[in-house]
Ligand binder design. Structure first.
Ligand code: AGP
Length: 592
């Protein structure tokens, strides 16, 4: 969602250019408006406006702001419209404290009323502004930043990570259920939503825990304590990601770069596992009476496949539950339950909430994440990392196949090798499917100029891929797309089929093949244009993307999703959509 960044230097380097760069790197998190505040000789200077980082920097010249200490923000609006006033940073009445915030302050209305009565004037409609005024009140009463921070966090309810800047060149930050990480470099300290905010300058990071407050100043360094004021020790760790992983390289967009990276990431998601964690993960799957798998969006699609594969090979019931629906379905969770939570970011609020509810009911928590330092990784009993490197494109691509590969590897191991999953062979097959990229591009150009409705059909393991393909087409290309079990056509959706409709059919030669071909006949008879994704050709297909024949049906989802990702990417370009930053969406959805 929003990104926050704060920088304190002790070498008199100007921070504004770095703040702008950091925000650009984290822009994928949310991006309707942007702002900076720096400390100057005459007070706190604030510049903010609506647009992307490059646009706002262009018209406000953010990078030229003076100052050695500063904060910055990219906003994805929740409370208050997308306006210059609502953009962060927000300042207190006396303009000597400025704040950037990610999260939601649930009790902001009552706090705003209370603060207004005591003489505070609000300049925005945001929930965030109450933090600036609370800090002002407590700081001016006590003269202590530490006390002001403790009092402020004791009054606000909801989820937050915020950085406050004080006129004495100090930054103070706090977190509860939103990510916040401190980067430590020679001559500067960073407080950021994401390591990408400072990876260019340092790989040394302190990941703050929930209920941590940190005060950073150029002379005393970093002081960390909890909301009760007790000192806590958080040691720096080395960030595993390389900066090069966060660049586009030779590709036009992150999305297509990340699609192509799947040649390697399927392998790396499996091979880099720590043996102890892998064993514990498998034991907790095997020991459970009931396994529930949860996730959101693409990660939920992984949960669907994981549940089918887990039930098949471990001979116990695996239940997939959408994370946003989890809280309504918790009655049967107990200490014999294992919850597997799957998330690229490890920060999705719905997933974290599901985990909390399951934990309270006594369940064991396993997680599969791509961000090893994420909140989800830290609250799980055992966490495995998909090791895909940073995924910047808003649409999940390499993290999805990384999740699938890791699910297969763990179930394979837990079942005593019944799957015989070979990640290297799967990677090689994916590399072969990627060779269809130019063919997909040509099909989009030649045959899909005016497509409004796309349906995707599949049965069994291929149904979640139909859902995933539809999600990619919606979010990347803004095209109405629906994934459905092919067998359900005759129960209603067949009424939608006509010559204007495109139907993608996921139909490799496994046990679903003949039945799905029957469904293809049904849509063909209604005039729909059919694009087959299969290892077997058929005259019924108007176009076809051939995938290799695989020994096991569980490998097909890894292959089928690749052309669907590439179709979505090229449809996005055709519709003039920036595939990396689709409208209204954020990579990491940290609100419920
Ligand atoms: C996928 O393309 C989406 N952008 C979105 O559905 C995403 O998968 C979902 O928000 C879950 O994110 P997570 O994996 O980081 O938890």
């Amino acid at each position: 969602m929003c990104s926050i960044i704060g920088i304190v230097t002790n070498n008199h380097a100007q921070v504004a250019p770095k703040l702008v760069k950091s925000l650009s790197r984290m822009e994928y998190r949310g991006y309707d408006s942007v702002g900076l505040a720096t400390i100057t000789n005459t007070g706190i200077s604030v510049k903010k406006g609506v647009g992307k980082v490059s646009q706002v920097n262009g018209y406000l010249n953010l990078a030229s702001m003076e100052g050695f200490v500063g904060i910055g923000h990219t906003r994805w609006a929740t409370h208050g419209g997308v306006t210059d006033h609502n953009a962060h940073p927000h300042s207190c009445c006396t303009n000597d404290i400025a704040v950037v915030h990610n999260g939601i302050i649930e009790n902001y209305q009552s706090l705003k009323q209370e603060l207004t009565k005591t003489g505070h004037t609000f300049r925005s409609e945001t929930d965030t502004e109450v933090i600036a005024h609370l800090l002002e009140q407590f700081y001016h009463n006590t003269g202590s930043i530490k006390k002001a921070m403790m009092e402020t966090v004791s009054r606000i309810q909801g989820s937050f990570a915020f950085v406050a800047m004080f006129m004495d060149n100090t930054l103070a930050c706090a977190r509860l259920d939103e990510p916040l990480v401190i980067g430590i470099a020679d001559g500067a300290c960073y407080a950021s939503s994401d390591v990408l905010g400072f990876l260019e300058y340092t790989d040394q990071a302190i990941f703050l825990d929930n209920r941590d407050i940190a005060i950073i100043d150029s002379t005393n360094g970093i002081d960390i304590f909890n909301f009760e004021g007790e000192k806590v020790v958080r040691n720096p760790t080395k960030v595993a990601w390389e900066l090069a992983d966060a660049n586009k390289g030779k590709f036009a967009h992150y999305t297509i770069k990340e699609i192509f990276e799947q040649r390697e990431t399927i392998r790396s998601s499996v091979t880099a596992q720590d043996a102890f964690s892998l064993k514990r993960f498998c034991d907790l799957l095997l020991d459970a009476r009931k396994v529930i798998i949860t996730g959101s969006g693409t990660s939920y699609h992984t949960s669907l496949i994981a549940s089918m594969v887990g039930s098949r090979y471990l001979k116990k019931h695996f239940e997939p539950v959408m994370a946003s629906e989890f809280r309504y379905n918790i009655d049967s969770i107990d200490s014999d339950t294992t919850l597997v939570a799957i998330s690229q970011s490890g920060e999705t609020a719905d997933v974290l909430n599901a985990v909390k509810l399951a934990k309270n009911a006594g369940a064991k928590i396993l997680s599969i994440v791509n961000v090893p330092s994420s909140s989800l990784a830290r609250i799980a009993d055992v966490s495995l990392c998909t090791n895909c490197g940073p995924e910047i494109g808003v649409a999940a691509t390499k993290s999805f196949t990384g999740q699938l590969a890791l699910v297969y590897a763990t179930i394979d191991r837990a079942s005593g090798g019944k799957i015989g999953f070979d990640a290297a062979a799967a990677s090689d097959a994916v590399a072969r499917v990627l060779q269809n990229s130019l063919k997909v591009e040509a099909l989009v150009k030649d045959k899909m100029a005016r497509v409004n409705d796309i349906y995707l059909l599949g049965r069994s393991l291929h149904f979640p891929i139909a859902l995933e393909g539809a999600l990619k087409m919606k979010e990347l290309a803004y095209i109405h797309a629906e994934g459905m079990p092919a067998g359900e056509l005759k129960h209603g959706p067949l009424a939608l089929m006509d010559k204007n409709v495109y139907v993608f059919v996921l139909n490799p030669s496994d046990k679903t093949y003949t039945d799905t071909l029957g469904s293809v006949h049904e849509v063909k008879a209604r005039g729909a244009k059919i694009i087959g994704i299969s290892d077997v050709s058929s005259d019924l297909y108007d176009a076809m993307i051939k995938i290799p024949k695989m020994d096991s049906d569980i490998l097909y989802p890894l292959l089928e999703v690749i052309p669907l990702q590439i179709f979505s990417y090229h449809l996005a370009l055709q519709n003039n959509v920036d595939p990396d930053f689709p409208r209204n969406l954020a990579k990491s959805v940290t609100v419920r």
